[in-house]
Design a binder for this molecule. Sequence first.
Ligand SMILES: *Cc1c(COP(=O)(O)O)cnc(C)c1O
Length: 388
Amino acid sequence: MILVSQPILGAEEKAALCDVIDSGWITMGDRVSAFEQAFAEKHQTPDAVAVSSCTAALHLILQALGIGPGDEVLVPSMTFVATVNCVLYAGATPVFVDIAALDRPLISLADAAAKCTAKTKAVIVMHYAGYVSGREAWRDFAKERGLLLIEDAAHAAGADQAGTFGDAAAFSFYGNKNMTTAEGGMVTARDGALLAKIRQMRGHGMTSSTFQRFAGGTVGYDVTMLGFNYRMDELRAAVGLIQLQKLAQWNDKRRALTHRYISLLSEHCPAVRVPFAKGLASKVEYSSHHILPVLLPESSARHDVINALRDSQIQTSNHYPPVHKLSFYRKCFPSVSLPLTEEFAGRQLTLPLHPGLEDSQVDWVVTALERVLRSSSQTLKGSEDLVA
Ligand SMILES: *Cc1c(COP(=O)(O)O)cnc(C)c1O
């Protein structure tokens, strides 16, 4: 089976895990600090805070920025549910914003502007598929309105400019992301004081950690804020350090595979649109190429396409069912309507993309998709004849 995504883990990660076990210190020690430093350097930011997940990172960011009850936060709906859940964790109200266009499924600046109210406190941008876009425009948008700007950079580890937009950014190291620690996340922020607050909040709000008390010989601690247990352990940090070294090379491979997909699809499946393809061709997009989203022709039955590809041993996925359409969110916010997001979601298909994929497998996927679309357009024609 050709999988949508696949982690790459091997001998180096195993050895790093054994080292941690042999060292006798298994959480929040030297490796976590080293991982934070290395990640910050790679993303050209002075410091970073490692946490247990990207979801935890987002929650900490909102909490540390003082976002809470009575505040509105502009969010995309074309994202993973965690982007929006964190707003509810903070007690604030998410305000759903449409995407910019069908071939640009990023949160729309124009729709965000239209949905600003006196209560709007922040905006969360999510770098869909790894595309980091519109930094200056979002900075201006936030500055003019006095809003906080937060990045959900779960897709964008290693992408140029990721984590450099606004007040803070959250990265994910979940198993299907561009680099993994199985579970894990990272916060970057420009303001050192904000990052210090997030660091303290990650460990119950305590003024010193177990490691600091051990290393520095202090015995006591105080709790000066409401904190959480969102710590990362040494095992994950050790794996993260290894993965981080390979990230740039993996992202290069993802880029090459993406370009191969784009040129083969335009030749063999011209009715299939690839979001961001134009920007990539003219080199105006920064991306970590996390996933390969395509937009099927309006006429094709996606369910049949998915099943036919599965019969050819090709796994596909859907990024994403819009958050505002999920049962829980429909109950909470019944009147939300986002026409472009809904159309995109109805036609979107995610094709396999990961650094372990070979060129010939990309060719196989495109050939299979071409075959499926041709036969489905014939059945469609057949049924039209029948109706006529
Ligand atoms: C994966 C993902 C998250 C959540 O990451 P975790 O590390 O699993 O908490 C959040 N937002 C987006 C866009 C994601 O893809």
